[in-house]
Design a protein around this ligand. Structure first.
Ligand SMILES: [Zn+2]
Length: 309
């Protein structure tokens, strides 16, 4: 049984692009996504409602700030619910500088949930080595790491991973195995099962996938194929295992992998894909939807779950 669960899937560098040959989300097979979107791939045209419990929203990642959207401020906006790009005066890429890091560590979704007595967790597994690196010790960490570190909720390590109580960022542990760790690869379906098994103890569980952004920058066909194929299966199985009362929310921080013509990020809208309690959006102006809406949305869904559950 367990709690009514909300899963936040954060996928880096995936915009809603065109139905075109330069879009790997169109050209590579994504049968599970197409099944969810009435035959459409993950493109701008697919935005809208599909069935009674699925809504794909075009999400503005530019946030009224000049220039291409970037990871640090995009993620900071997703995880705080406040416009980090405007706050910092520009879009900031890569790992956040101290000012942005401290800003996200002051107030973010984990801390907001903690204050309400709700339980939220980050499902990704870290290696011990990661925290022993001098750069990590100096605070040179991603927004997603900085946010979970600011909360009382512990991060997950290799031990949790082998117990099926964590998910590796690449879903299948392929990259972890390549680094020489003594670990077996798993299928995306197994990873989906692991994510749901964590979800049973929490109100919100977050997973971060960033190979999509890397694949877009590198324009690497092997990696793009890996990303679209495995993420499609992961999402498909998460939806298959979802109970009617659970909700999955998928969001990205900026476009990139949906346009192979450029190595850079794009100004495309990103997806907010809600599968489950789409009624939580009924009083929201989804015409002006942007990344600041994710924290309020997740808060609203969990709050509604508390009432019914
Ligand atoms: Zn990037």
């Amino acid at each position: 049984m367990g709690k009514i669960a909300v899963v936040l899937l954060f996928i880096d560098g995936v915009g809603l692009g065109e139905m075109a040959d330069h879009n790997p989300w169109v050209t590579y097979p994504t049968p599970c996504i197409r099944q969810l979107l009435d035959g459409m791939p993950l493109v701008r045209e697919a935005a809208g409602r599909h069935g009674s419990d699925l809504l794909l929203l075009e999400t503005d990642a530019c946030l009224g700030v000049e220039g291409l959207p970037q990871s640090a401020t995009g993620q900071a906006t997703i995880f705080t619910g406040k416009n980090a790009a405007r706050e910092m005066g520009k879009h900031m890429s890569g790992l956040p500088f101290r000012r942005l890091r401290e800003w996200v560590q002051k107030d973010n979704i984990y801390l907001q949930f903690e204050k309400k007595g709700w339980k939220a967790t980050f499902a990704n597994a870290y290696t011990k080595e990661y925290f022993e690196r001098p750069a990590t010790k100096r605070g040179w960490v991603s927004v997603t790491t900085a946010t979970i570190q600011s909360s009382r909720e512990p991060v997950r390590f290799f031990q949790e991973l082998v117990e099926g109580k964590a998910v590796y960022h690449d879903i299948t542990r392929t990259i972890l195995k390549k680094t020489g760790m003594d670990v077996e690869e798993i299928t995306p379906e197994q990873a989906a099962l692991h994510l749901w098994s964590i979800a049973g103890d929490y109100d919100l569980v977050v997973h971060e996938f960033f190979l999509s952004d890397r694949a877009g920058h590198k324009q690497d066909p092997w990696l793009l194929q890996y990303v679209t194929h495995h993420y499609d299966r992961f999402l498909g199985e998460l939806v298959r295992l979802k109970r009617p009362e659970d909700t999955i929310v998928l969001v990205s921080d900026h476009g990139n992998s949906e346009d192979l013509r450029v190595k850079t990020h794009t100004a495309n809208p990103v997806p907010t894909l809600v599968i489950g309690d789409i009624d939580a959006l009924s009083e929201v102006d989804t015409g002006a939807w942007d990344l600041t809406g994710i924290v309020p949305l997740l808060t609203r869904i969990v709050s509604r779950n508390k009432k019914t559950g």
